[in-house]
Design a protein around this ligand. Sequence first.
Ligand SMILES: Cc1cc2nc3c(=O)[nH]c(=O)nc-3n(C[C@H](O)[C@H](O)[C@H](O)COP(=O)(O)OP(=O)(O)OC[C@H]3O[C@@H](n4cnc5c(N)ncnc54)[C@H](O)[C@@H]3O)c2cc1C
Length: 364
Amino acid sequence: MKKDILIAGAGPSGLATAIFLTELGYHPRIIDKKDRISEKSKALAVNPRTLSILEKFKLSERFLANGTRMLGMSIWKGDTLVFRNDFSKIKHKYPFMLLQTQKETEEILRDEALKRKIKIEYSTELTSCKLVGSTYISEISGQTKEQFSSDYVIGADGGHSIIRKQFGIESHGFRYNEKWELYDVELEMDLNPNEAHIRGFKEGGMILIRIKDNLWRVAGNMKGLLNYLPANTKIGKITWEAEFNITHVVAKSLTKQNVVLIGDAAHLHSPVGGRGMNLGIEDAYITSTLISMDRLNEYNQIRRSYLKQTVGRINTMTQMMTGHSFVSRFLRGNMNVFKPIIPLGASTLRNFALAQDQVLWTPK
Ligand SMILES: Cc1cc2nc3c(=O)[nH]c(=O)nc-3n(C[C@H](O)[C@H](O)[C@H](O)COP(=O)(O)OP(=O)(O)OC[C@H]3O[C@@H](n4cnc5c(N)ncnc54)[C@H](O)[C@@H]3O)c2cc1C
């Protein structure tokens, strides 16, 4: 039973893993090079599948009490409403997307970890890691420099994962050159605040999600994005502004012996669909369960094809929403014409957005 486990990275994936492993009777060590939880709002969406996982660890109530509920998603051609996708139609205990900032998600996970007496070692960086015999020796730099031996190493260390590099695991995928703009901004406008809104234009697309009160997340690939808001919108204070490129990649292998990559260390994709953090928490659940069953060697086979398929679907959705190909522009430009058939694809879109496209993995 005794297993020494090192988790590199205390973002949502690493924190969730620490909690899940503790519940299963382990005492993992978790380190993070940053000095505290990130202040950024980043991932807003917690999907029903993640809520089901959190429920197993008695964590869902805290999420549900904190977040707001997104009840549907409206698709617009410019200012014309084309279709409303109603999330209440999914067959799930939680028929909505829960919204809260990633900072709030990490705070809830951090507080739960502390309650379970897990020490989160901030300002502590993993600088190298290698396998010596059957033990992983990690060089760790915190208040002092030290070597740490463990039986397992969990790479929850984000998109630039040092663990992935140290063990020579390549990623498969590509990066778009185009910049996306992102704003968290106070807006006064007539859009339903309890839904996401996808607005398509010939030049590209944008997504609007209300975070709280009149603070909205606006993201998309059109230059001068805020000029594409609905007519007569009053723009207030901008609380966060960022520019980023979309990368769609999945690690070629998720494991190497007892090293496992989870979360952004293993897969990166566009924010369309709101899956990144959710997939990371799901990775954490499957990884922890398999470690407790001495079956980590099955992880890659269980998980990688699903991740590849999911990133592929996110790419298709991203292309339809923002792509510049003839087909993407044609679809966006003629949404009104396709209006009668859009409801046929509505349940597929809904199931994907709410991660109901596959049943939650359970150990056999
Ligand atoms: C603008 C934006 C919007 C997004 N929207 C959504 C959304 O709506 N829904 C969703 O699900 N996802 C969304 N995401 C994605 C989401 O933010 C990420 O998928 C999520 O943060 C991944 O969590 P993680 O724990 O795997 O990695 P990270 O959050 O990147 O955490 C990795 C941690 O590892 C630490 N670390 C790195 N290297 C080392 C080292 N050598 N030693 C020790 N520690 C180290 C870092 O300091 C960091 O704290 C969004 C992302 C962005 C940028």
